[in-house]
Design a protein around this ligand. Structure first.
Ligand SMILES: Nc1ncnc2c1ncn2[C@@H]1O[C@H](COP(=O)(O)OP(=O)(O)OP(=O)(O)O)[C@@H](O)[C@H]1O
Ligand SMILES: [Mg+2]
Length: 482
């Protein structure tokens, strides 16, 4: 058994119990009295004569000096401990210095750009990155897209977008570190996906490249939508693209009665040019259009074709939707994506909800005053074009018809003989004689015929005008099933 303490009063040169190789003898272990240094080292005693000398030479400061030299410098414990302390402090200071310097360099030399997943450019950036060649990334995630071809067929495309983690790219000669992070806790309640951010870091001098990169990503994203109309529908409190962008419907494919299309188009185009005029006069820059008429007369189709013609997207909101409330309507109408027409379908729905709860137990949707407030409240610096449709104009309250809410009203009626002829010729090119015959036969029926009905008949007899002629009787029943 070894004693960890040397016995008291041992001389300097006596072996310590550690180093002793002699057989251990049992000796009473005495507790250390004072300064129990290992191996029995004692600090050197103070030399009072030297103190005296320095006092005589330099006075009190001499004593202090001498005392310090004797106690601290010539004391092995102090010397070793002090050395370690100095070393430790030095290292700590050096570490702090390195941290500060790197922070400073980071702040001075590097710039960050954070793109949160809520931002529109987020998807643009990921898509851009998935097609970018000069990158090194080992974490990929897949995104499946459906592509609609011109003939309407749909095929799937996988893009390997950068997954969460770090990625390095070289863009126009500059290195950029890209960090995609996923928040483990926060969920985007509308889509159920976790919130994410992408942080781009590059040298301060290359910061202008961020702008170039984002512009490139945006151009690429918009190119894929060229010739297409994006249809947005409401998704909780926000607008989300509904399916893939649709191929634009040509305005020529919608056949309205003489002059209607041209007039509306002229009015909208004139409105779009008059931004300054509105701002100069302090008038809210918005215009409301109401298209009313029987079902299947082409109201919705015309608005979609108009959006295509103007190169706008469409935000569709159906006011008869059960869970649409005044608040949501107001919020949605004030957050319309740029370059979009707002299409409010079935606005009469806001007028027949007298009771607060319908038979199925749903809380009533939009109220009349809610709709008026939302229409009045739209305060956007961009233009707001609202199209409204209804099959029951008689149910509308006069309050909504006042200018500022609805500035332009037009009846889109059942097919006139002019429309019937044009529809016939659109399906059977050059068959002018048969078209006239068809118009006469349809007139004899003496019933209102919707353009949707005509479309149904002509689609059924795709390449056979004679068969269409012989089936004209079917137009008597509005919902005839072929
Ligand atoms: N004037 C028209 N010209 C060309 N196609 C039309 C026309 N009217 C209707 N159609 C066709 O009929 C179908 C229904 O038309 P649409 O949805 O535009 O009618 P609507 O007036 O909006 O009806 P509803 O009042 O019931 O909403 C579409 O497939 C469309 O192609
Ligand atoms: Mg419609």
């Amino acid at each position: 058994m070894f004693s960890f303490f040397s016995s008291g009063g041992q001389g300097k040169n006596e072996p310590s119990s550690f180093s002793s190789s002699a057989p251990a003898e049992f000796e009473p272990i005495e507790p250390p009295v004072s300064s129990p240094g290992p191996a029995g080292h004692q600090p050197p005693p103070l030399d009072f004569s030297k103190l005296q000398e320095s006092h005589e030479k330099e006075g009190i400061s001499g004593i202090a000096n001498n005392l310090f030299t004797q106690v601290v410098l010539s004391n092995p414990y102090f010397a070793a401990g002090g050395g370690l302390m100095l070393l430790g402090t030095g290292l700590a200071l050096a570490r702090q210095g390195v941290v500060r310097a790197s922070g400073l360099i980071y702040r001075q030399l590097l710039v960050d750009l954070e793109i949160p997943s809520k931002d529109k450019s987020y998807m643009w950036f990921l898509e851009w990155m998935s097609q970018y060649k000069n990158r090194s990334s080992r974490h990929l995630s897949v995104e499946t897209n459906f592509i609609q071809h011109d003939n309407g067929a749909v095929s799937t495309k996988f893009s390997l977008v950068p997954g969460p983690g770090n990625h390095l790219i070289k863009y126009k000669g500059a290195f950029m570190l890209i960090k995609r992070e996923r928040s483990g806790k926060l969920l985007d309640m509308t889509s159920g996906t976790p919130f994410e951010t992408v942080t781009l870091t590059t040298l301060y001098r290359d910061r202008f490249l961020f702008n170039e990169l984002l512009t490139e990503a945006k151009t690429m994203a918009l190119k894929s939508q060229e010739g297409k109309t994006v249809i947005y529908t409401s998704w909780g409190p926000e607008w989300r693209p509904f399916g893939q962008p649709k191929k634009k419907r040509t305005i020529g494919s919608v056949i309205l009665d003489k002059g209607i299309k041209e007039e509306i188009l002229l009015d909208v185009k004139d409105f779009l040019k008059s931004g300054k005029w509105y701002f100069d006069r302090g008038i809210p820059y918005r215009r409301g259009y109401l298209l009313y008429g029987p079902p299947g007369s082409g109201k919705t189709s015309f608005i979609q074709a108009l959006a295509g013609e103007l190169d706008y997207n469409i935000c569709i909101l159906n006011l008869s939707e059960a869970n649409l409330t005044d608040d949501r309507l107001n919020h949605l109408m004030n957050h319309i994506p740029e370059r979009s027409l707002l299409l409010l379908e079935d606005i009469d729905a806001a007028f027949n909800k007298r009771s607060q709860t319908d038979e199925s137990g749903f809380k009533s949707g939009v109220t009349f005053s809610g709709l008026l407030n939302a229409l009045d409240g739209v305060a956007s610096s961009e233009e707001t074009i609202t199209f409204m449709t209804t099959n029951h104009p008689e149910r509308l309250d006069p309050a909504i018809l006042r200018p500022g809410r609805i500035d332009y009203r037009v009846l889109i009626d059942n097919a006139s003989s002019h429309q019937i002829e044009e529809m016939f010729l659109r399906f059977y090119e050059g068959e002018t004689e048969k078209a006239k015959e068809f118009v006469a036969k349809a007139a004899e029926l003496n019933v209102p015929i919707s353009t949707a009905q005509l479309q149904g008949l002509f689609v059924y007899n795709k390449n056979d005008p004679d068969s269409a002629l012989s089936m004209v009787e079917t137009l008597k029943t509005p919902n005839h099933v072929f």
